[in-house]
Design a protein around this ligand. Structure first.
Ligand code: MG
Length: 423
């Protein structure tokens, strides 16, 4: 429990606990939650005030910004933002004046205020929404801890106990001498789905560094990689393929059609998702399911994709698209089109668990990404609960909040040099 507390707030919480007659021997978070609830309205709604917001930066798969929101009653919430997060720490510094003194349980009100305050400052997408996402996740963790409930409960309850992950394979080529070892480790870890990348700027068949049309030789190599992985993985293991939005319409259509015999779980972003009509044209041209949206923000970004039937599957990144409740809204919007929800995810066990709470709560969840197979030591030590994945699945915890707590000694091994640590 100590790690949830600031030193001065800890004393305050202790005094309150003693005042409330809470057993000094029972020192768990649930007891602190109970104490916070006791210091509450007649209807047992906790009365908390935000006292501070601090960040720390980690570089694992790209940059992750960890956000902590502190309160006057000792509890704090922890969130994580990624990808378009380089500008998050200064943006969060600017958000602080909207947050300090506020009731953190009004999560959506605080989110809406920060969103609308930034309408002329980029709050439609990108860095601004990513920074807001880190705040939003920390607020849900905090709300869960204050109420003594897991975040999935606050998002509507649980549809499933376990979340299925797919492993980003970090290998895809028969020419990779490490491929057999890496593929074996995916099997040993028990994953039921994997994803490979087939975009390759160093392919010798590429005639032009700038033009987005793949040559016949490049497309042959793409198909060869998919065939290799399909043969190497068990038949029951689903295979997804990512093109990272690096190609044009011609290439996207050709590759999607050539990959039809492999019955992929999905083909991800053959073209960038920014032109919804182009994505729809590719989707209409093929039987390969098309997935997109890791760089799309907010409900507003997904509205056109869904309305125009541009994707078979959507993949918002819940550590940048607006947050957990926004993720649930996007999933619900997709569900009205019978479109499944397969979030992009490259973050630590803290952000991954945050995503799992949303995946547990929505009906149309398909599969969640996992991208740390080359950082297993860091992954397994990053939170005090140890490895949250068992045979390719995450069991959603019933502990209050997100249900995982950073192991700072391990996490600081990946701290971005020269940055402050929740200071
Ligand atoms: Mg991708």
């Amino acid at each position: 429990m100590l790690a949830y507390l600031q030193p001065s707030s800890f004393r305050d919480a202790m005094n309150r606990r003693l005042f409330l007659g809470v057993s000094a021997g029972a020192f768990g978070l649930s007891r602190l939650s109970a104490a916070v609830q006791a210091a509450a309205s007649p209807y047992r709604r906790p009365k908390l005030k935000i006292t501070g917001v601090r960040t720390a930066q980690v570089r694992a798969h790209g940059l992750q910004v960890h956000v902590r929101i502190y309160t006057d009653q000792g509890l704090f919430g922890h969130g994580e933002a990624t990808d378009s997060a380089a500008g998050a720490p200064p943006l969060i510094d600017g958000f602080r004046r909207f947050l300090v003194g506020q009731d953190p349980l009004n999560v959506d009100l605080l989110w809406e205020r920060l969103r609308t305050a930034g309408i002329f400052a980029g709050a439609q997408a990108g860095q601004y929404v990513t920074a807001l996402t880190g705040i939003e996740i920390a607020l849900w963790d905090l709300a869960g801890k204050a109420l003594g409930l897991p975040v999935y409960q606050l998002l509507g309850g649980k549809m499933r106990d376990r979340i299925r992950l797919y492993c980003d394979s970090q290998t895809e080529s028969p020419d990779d001498p490490e491929a057999p070892k890496k593929i074996q480790s995916i099997k040993d870890l028990g994953f039921t789905a994997a994803k490979i990348d087939i975009d390759d700027f160093s392919d010798p068949n590429r005639w032009d560094r700038v033009n987005w049309t793949a040559s016949n030789g490049e497309i042959e190599n793409m198909v060869r990689k998919v065939a290799f992985m399909r043969e190497s993985l068990p038949k029951r293991t689903d295979l997804a393929v990512d093109m990272h939005g690096r190609y044009d319409m011609t290439t996207g259509k050709r590759v999607a059609r050539e990959l039809e015999p492999f019955k992929l779980l999905f083909l991800e972003e053959p073209v960038p998702a920014e032109n919804v009509d182009a994505m729809r044209d590719i989707r209409e041209s093929t039987g390969t399911p098309i997935c997109c949206g890791e760089n799309v923000f907010l409900r507003h970004g997904f509205r056109a994709i869904l309305e125009k039937r541009a994707a078979d599957i959507i993949m918002p990144d819940l550590q940048k698209c607006g947050g957990l409740l926004e993720g649930r809204r996007i999933a619900d919007m997709a569900h009205t089109y019978y479109v499944p929800f397969a979030p992009h995810c490259v973050v630590s066990p803290i952000g991954t668990m945050a995503s799992c709470h949303v995946c547990a709560a929505v009906p149309n969840f398909l599969v969640l990404e996992w991208h740390w197979i080359q950082r297993l030591d860091l992954w397994r030590s990053f939170v005090k609960e140890g490895d949250i994945i068992d045979k390719g699945w995450v069991t959603v915890p019933d502990r209050p909040g997100l249900g995982v707590e950073m192991n700072e000694e391990a996490a600081r091994k990946a701290q971005v040099p020269g940055t402050s640590w929740f200071a």
